[in-house]
Design a protein around this ligand. Structure first.
Ligand SMILES: NC(=O)c1ccc[n+]([C@@H]2O[C@H](COP(=O)([O-])OP(=O)(O)OC[C@H]3O[C@@H](n4cnc5c(N)ncnc54)[C@H](O)[C@@H]3O)[C@@H](O)[C@H]2O)c1
Length: 365
């Protein structure tokens, strides 16, 4: 069974097809986007041997030949050089704007292929076929594309919406369990921001929330939630910033940890735990709600704060300094996404830095 969620952006609306056979279900739609009978597929060295052949076979059955572009796997490959390699190949092949760049992979491949699509000929079509849980519930939807620079993550990029997203849960069968858990953090995040009933459902499933049978419904819930926020605030001028719940803390952990030690979703999970603890400290949500959040994170094998991350050598002053460099800040104040309860996140723009530092020192002890 597949479910389709439409991202409603007027002329730039598109469908996200989700489920155990989404690739087959969306094949007609995909083939219709490929009138020149060729498909530029960007994937990475890990995903290519696992999943490129099945996509190629399906497309070949429609007379479509694939032109693969295989990039190194992982965050370190998310550079302008790698994107320019793609652009070069696309231009050499004389891609037309009406032809899509297809991303087959996790968030790294999706962000880079999307950026290549955004800048090649000032914008070609773009299709996301996310193969990690994180990419299925989060990065493939919403149109943010980009790369990392030595100044930080995702500081260069473009908004470029896809024309189709195919979130086939069969891909998750080959995904290491740690990656599945990291992606699940983004599902929990969606519930905590704005859907208390969804959190109740996740909580009721407990540790079995990660079972494949339960995941399809949760992916669709999370995508539906993100779709509503993106439709309201495509370019993150306001409400879309809520999607950064746990991210200001999380990015600081990611930046301060040795490279490659933390998964993004793990850092976000720890950040979500802290965001609820800090909200409780400020009296905005109850200590019991913060406890419930942390308990569900732990139960599903996720960190619930800095002490349960894979790296534990933290320095409060350094983490707060990292938070001062966050993209969301304005007027010299750290912006945090906090919560007035489960399912009720808000944007705090008047963070008191001394209080935050004191809170971080206590949380690290
Ligand atoms: N654009 C957005 O809105 C947005 C949102 C959140 C995160 N992101 C970005 O997403 C990236 C993280 O994405 P990610 O967690 O998917 O990481 P990733 O793309 O690095 O994938 C994780 C690892 O899993 C491998 N992999 C992918 N699919 C697999 C499969 N089906 N089976 C086995 N292995 C597989 C990859 O090769 C990689 O080694 C970050 O760069 C982050 O900045 C973007």
């Amino acid at each position: 069974m597949t479910q389709t969620v439409t991202i409603d952006l007027g002329a730039r609306s598109y469908d996200v097809v989700i489920g155990a056979d989404a690739q087959e279900a969306a094949l007609d739609t995909l083939a219709a986007l490929l009138p020149r009978k060729r498909a530029f597929v960007v994937t990475d060295e890990t995903v290519a041997p696992l999943h490129l052949a099945s996509l190629a076979a399906r497309l070949e059955s429609r007379g479509i030949a694939i032109e693969p572009m295989i990039v190194p796997a992982g965050e370190r490959a998310k550079t302008l050089d790698v994107v320019m390699g793609m652009v070069d190949r696309l231009l050499e092949a004389k891609i037309e704007r009406s032809e899509p760049v297809i991303a087959l992979g996790g968030g790294v491949v999706g962000d880079m292929a999307g950026f290549a699509a955004a800048i090649t000929k000032r914008g070609t079509k773009f299709v996301q076929i996310p193969t990690t849980l994180l990419a299925q519930v989060d990065s493939s939807v919403g149109g943010k594309t980009g790369i990392n620079t030595r100044q930080g993550k995702n500081l260069v990029g473009a908004f470029h919406q896809p024309d189709l997203v195919i979130a086939d849960t069969a891909y998750l069968a080959t995904l290491p369990e740690r990656e599945v858990r990291a992606g699940y953090a983004e599902i929990v995040k969606a519930a905590l921001i704005g859907d208390a009933a969804m959190f109740d459902r996740l909580e009721a499933r407990g540790a079995s929330a990660l079972d494949p049978d339960n995941l399809t419904a949760s992916i669709a819930d999370a995508v539906r939630f993100k779709a509503a926020i993106v439709a309201e605030d495509e370019r993150e001028a306001g409400r879309r910033a809520l999607l950064n719940l746990g991210h200001t803390f999380g990015h600081a952990f990611e930046a301060d940890a040795p490279p490659g030690v933390l998964r993004h979703g793990e850092a976000v999970a720890a950040g979500i735990g802290l965001a609820f603890d800090y909200s409780a400290r400020l009296g905005h949500c109850s200590a019991d709600e913060a406890r419930r959040v942390r308990e569900h994170l732990r139960l599903t094998g996720l960190p619930d704060g800095p002490k349960t991350l894979a790296h534990t050598e933290w320095d409060a002053a350094s983490l707060v300094e990292r938070m001062r460099g966050d993209k969301k800040n304005s007027g010299g104040k750290i912006t945090l996404i906090l919560a007035r309860g489960i399912g009720n996140a808000y944007i705090e723009t008047a963070t008191q830095e001394d209080d935050l530092r004191e809170f971080m020192e206590t949380s690290l002890k």
